[in-house]
Design a protein. Structure first.
Length: 325
């Protein structure tokens, strides 16, 4: 795959140019002591309305780590969509290629978070489901001018595949988070530089039950054989398996008290992309992204929990006594 490095230099800091093609949701977050059983009504501890969506979360994570970010996505003509658009704008994210669909509501996620910080999510994709290949084509110049493209699967797979194809045509590195897992077009992974997925997604994509490090390594090898440049298989408290051809290692998780795991994976994706764009090698970039994700789970909500670069700097320094590169 072509390795194009166009990142801007601002002073001594490299500013990667990132385009995210993905979803925008409004998260309706319910705090609950435990998950309700079928047919059961329980009393929760609190409620928040927070901008979310995997695509938007990853864009915010990259922006807060210092990238110049553009977004390609779809919202409905409603208050949730307007709030999401304004939220991205406040982060400095370019929304030129955000489109409003007059016939669909904006995406909404109902999120239950229990006292252990675990969550259960019900997603109504709304306008995200009508992001078309034509909308992606309209953003081809922005995608082709980036250093990195980030995609997930809360948008139609055909549109995601077209975005990846445009990126490949222009030598843009592709970061792909196949979540929620779905059947992928033949050959798609051969256009992916960094494949980031969890145990469940790896199991669904390979048919191999990922239960431990050995099975994770087996699944990663299968994904590499399908053409992925690097596989980063996240395993929660078990750390991250980093696998490339001829290289395999586990990066341990950062131990924190989890309050809410929402957006931890998205933070990892955005922070990793920026770390690589700043010139860190893959293992060091994963370690830095692990710290960003760990800081995220100590807070409630999706975008409200994603750390800034200054917060990540302080967290790593307080944990390890060293600077953020």
């Amino acid at each position: 795959m072509v390795n194009k490095q166009q990142s801007m230099d601002v002073g001594n800091a490299v500013v990667p140019r990132v385009v995210v093609v993905g979803s925008v949701n409004m998260d309706l977050v319910f705090r609950t002591p435990r998950m309700p059983a079928p047919g059961e009504t329980i009393t929760g501890d609190g409620f928040q309305q927070v901008p979310g969506g995997k695509g938007a979360n990853q864009a915010v994570a990259a922006a807060r780590q210092g990238a110049a970010v553009g977004f390609v996505g779809m919202i409905g003509n409603d208050s949730f969509g307007q709030m999401a658009l304004e939220s991205l704008g406040r982060e400095g994210i370019a929304t030129t290629h955000m489109t409003t669909d007059l016939s669909a509501a904006s995406g909404v996620a109902g999120i239950f978070v229990d006292d252990h910080g675990e969550n259960s999510i019900v997603l109504a994709p709304g306008a995200n489901a009508v992001l078309s290949e034509a909308h992606v084509e309209a953003a081809a110049a922005a995608i082709g001018g980036a250093d990195y493209l980030i995609c997930q699967l809360e948008s139609p797979i055909a549109s995601v595949a077209r975005a990846i194809a445009i990126a490949r045509e222009h030598g843009v590195r592709v970061v792909f988070n196949p979540a929620p897992a779905a059947q992928l077009p033949d050959g798609l992974l051969a256009s992916v530089d960094y494949l980031i997925l969890n145990e469940t997604e790896a199991t669904q994509l390979t048919g191999l039950a990922v239960l431990d490090r050995a099975s994770a390594a087996e699944a990663a090898a299968a994904l590499l054989a399908r053409g992925a440049g690097a596989v980063l298989l996240t395993m929660g408290a078990g750390g991250v398996l980093v696998a490339t051809t001829g290289h395999e290692r586990f990066v341990p998780a950062v131990k924190v008290k989890a309050v809410d795991t929402t957006a931890a994976g998205d933070t990892f994706v955005g922070a990793l992309t920026v770390a690589i764009g700043r010139g860190l090698d893959l293992d060091d970039a994963v370690t830095q992204a692990q710290h960003a994700a760990a800081l995220t789970v100590t807070r409630m909500g999706a975008q409200t929990s994603i750390p800034t670069r200054a917060e990540l700097h302080e967290f790593i320094q307080s944990t390890h006594g060293r600077e953020v590169t």
